[in-house]
Each structure stands twice: as structure tokens, then as C-alpha cells.
Design a protein around this ligand. Structure first.
Ligand SMILES: Cc1cc2nc3c(=O)[nH]c(=O)nc-3n(C[C@H](O)[C@H](O)[C@H](O)COP(=O)(O)O)c2cc1C
Length: 310
């Protein structure tokens, strides 16, 4: 039994967290991961300036089911008023918390001073969090990287500011912006952050197995572990099951669960297109042959294959 995380008025039922992932952690995938044991879920990131414009993609990203709770909307931007307005509008959907992205390294985000770009602007981070905490009746959390680059690892200053401004929890992707996804993540920094702040700290970066989960918890004392890429095609990382030890039928059952969530959420045409990337990862294992994989991926709707309905 894993202990829960207490943040704001929320008590999670465990300490494994599904990472927000643009293009991946949509409502169907969150549902699957929550079912298998993820205890906190986030939306894919949402550009704060798009919320008042009611763009179509926002309508989809703003959808979640009660089953995914505790669930938070993740916002990015660099204008405190714009982020506040977005949070106020999205409050109507009654999420459990709002998370602010201070970690995205993509140039289209960080390059315009949002996401990890804000790590260079500690005062703006303070303004954003303080404004939200004083105006919004939901816990506010933050997701950060360790700094803009290896020469400016200012995470100790940043986490103090985030906590002092009233945030309820911090998730730490233990790399700097300039590292993107390369190099080993610096888990030691997560332990240092845990020693600085009193609010819960979620560790993140290259957690690929049950053993990694345990090592990250033990080595850093962090309150929870966030998993991103390793959950794609392997949501069993949340249920303490090794994918290699599952039967073909067990894998197919989860694939079908995921597919039916996709179908209901996107409709058949979009679901078939979007599901392919998940299916490829589900089937990349010894239980399925290379031929199964190639045959399915070349079909316009792989879920019509006999493989799933025999
Ligand atoms: C495809 C993809 C999309 C991502 N989108 C987001 C996002 O919307 N918001 C965010 O905070 N992080 C995002 N991330 C970063 C992840 O949340 C996570 O911090 C990072 O992948 C490291 O964790 P991992 O090694 O477990 O994948 C994304 C990562 C990937 C691979």
C-alpha cells in the first residue's frame, strides 16, 4: 500500500502521478492510468491566452471525468493576469487544482518566456503564483525544471519562491531547460528541494520501472513519483505489474479499455488516428510479433483487427 499525498484540501490515494504530456495524457489515457493506479492526473498543458478565445482544442483539453480525480488543469503563459483569467474561466469545470508549467523546454514556449523560460524570471513566478493563490479557490501547484541551463541552476531559489507564494505542491523534472531530455536527470537535486520546502515534492525524470520508483523515493525522500514516457504503452507501471510478465490477453484487455475510452471521447475517425501511437507502444513487447505490429500499424483502423476480438 503506497501512502497518499496531502496538498491543499486534497488527499490522494497513493503516490504515483501521471505526468502531463502534450498529445498523450488526454482524458482516455488518464482514465486508463488512473484505473491501473496513478493517483493524481493533470491535463495536457493549456496556453492561458487560448482559454478566453474558446479554441476547439481547449474544449477537449478541459474535459475530464470524475474518475480521474484528483485532476488539475495545467496552464502555461507569462502574464499573471492572463493566467488568472484562464484559471477563473476553467474553474467553472471544477477541477481539483491548477498547475502552472515552469518546465516546458520547447522553444515555442520557453523561447517566448513561458514554461521553463520563467525560470529566468523568479519575480514573475512569484507574481503568477501569488495572484492565483489570492484569487482562486483551488490549490495551486507548480511543475519546474532545475534552471535555464547548467550554469544557472537556480532551483533552490525558485522552490522557496513557489512555497512562499502559497503553492501547495511542486513537481520537479530534474533537468535544466538546455538538457531537454538528454543526460541523466539529477535526482540529487530533488532530495535537496525536499530538504528546503515543507510542501509535498513530486520527483520526475527517467523513472522506468518499479525499482526506479523505489530508488527515487528512497534516495530523495520525495512524496511522490511522476511518470511520463514510461507509462506510454506500459500503464502497468502504476499497478506494480511488469509488462513482460503479463499475458497477451491481459495486454489486449487494457488496449481495448483504452480504445473504447478513445472512441467515446474522439469518435471513430480521430480515435483511430490518435490511438496508433499508443498501440505501437502497447504492442512493442515480446507477447506480440513484429508481423502483428507492422500489419496493425498499416491498417487505417487497427482496432478492427481480428487480433483484438478472437
Ligand atoms: C510528449 C511529451 C509531452 C509533454 N508535455 C508536457 C506538458 O504538457 N506539460 C508538462 O509539464 N510537461 C510535459 N512533458 C514533460 C513530462 O511531463 C515529464 O516532465 C518529462 O517527460 C520527464 O518525465 P519522464 O522521464 O517520466 O518522461 C511532456 C513530455 C513528453 C514526452
Amino acid at each position: 500500500m503506497r501512502s497518499g499525498i496531502v496538498f491543499g484540501n486534497i488527499i490522494s490515494d497513493g503516490n504515483l502521478v501521471l505526468a502531463p504530456m502534450d498529445g498523450i495524457s488526454d482524458q482516455p489515457f488518464r482514465w486508463v492510468c488512473r484505473k491501473l493506479g496513478a493517483s493524481i492526473t493533470y491535463s495536457e498543458f493549456i496556453n492561458a491566452s487560448d482559454v478566453p478565445r474558446k479554441l476547439n482544442y481547449i474544449t477537449k483539453r478541459a474535459c475530464f471525468s470524475n474518475f480521474e480525480r484528483p485532476f488539475g488543469f495545467q496552464l502555461y503563459g507569462n502574464d499573471p493576469d492572463e493566467i488568472l483569467l484562464a484559471a477563473q474561466l476553467l474553474s467553472e469545470e471544477k477541477p481539483d487544482f491548477f498547475d502552472i508549467n515552469f518546465g516546458c523546454s520547447a522553444n515555442r514556449v520557453a523561447g517566448r518566456g513561458a514554461g521553463a523560460g520563467l525560470l529566468k524570471e523568479p519575480d514573475l513566478i512569484r507574481k503568477i503564483i501569488s495572484k492565483l493563490v489570492s484569487s482562486i479557490n483551488f490549490p495551486i501547484t507548480a511543475k519546474i525544471r532545475l534552471g535555464w541551463n547548467q550554469e544557472n541552476l537556480n532551483y533552490k531559489e525558485i522552490v522557496r519562491i513557489i512555497e512562499d507564494s502559497g503553492a501547495a505542491m511542486i513537481a520537479v523534472h530534474a533537468r535544466s531547460k538546455d538538457q531537454n531530455w538528454k543526460d541523466q536527470p539529477n535526482w540529487k537535486a530533488i532530495g535537496e528541494i525536499k530538504n528546503i520546502v515543507k510542501i509535498p515534492v513530486i520527483g520526475n525524470g527517467d523513472v522506468k520501472s518499479q525499482q526506479d520508483i523505489q530508488s527515487l523515493l528512497n534516495e530523495t525522500g520525495c512524496d511522490g513519483v511522476m511518470i511520463g514516457r514510461s507509462a506510454i504503452g506500459n500503464p502497468w507501471i502504476f499497478s506494480n505489474e511488469k509488462k513482460a510478465s503479463l499475458s497477451k490477453q491481459q495486454i489486449i484487455t487494457t488496449i481495448k479499455d483504452h480504445w473504447f475510452q478513445m472512441l467515446a471521447f474522439y469518435g471513430p475517425t480521430r480515435a483511430a488516428i490518435i490511438f496508433k501511437k499508443h498501440l505501437k507502444c502497447y504492442l512493442s513487447c515480446d507477447q506480440f510479433s513484429e508481423i502483428d505490429l507492422r500489419k496493425l500499424i498499416s491498417m487505417s483502423n487497427p482496432m478492427k483487427s481480428k487480433l483484438f476480438y478472437e
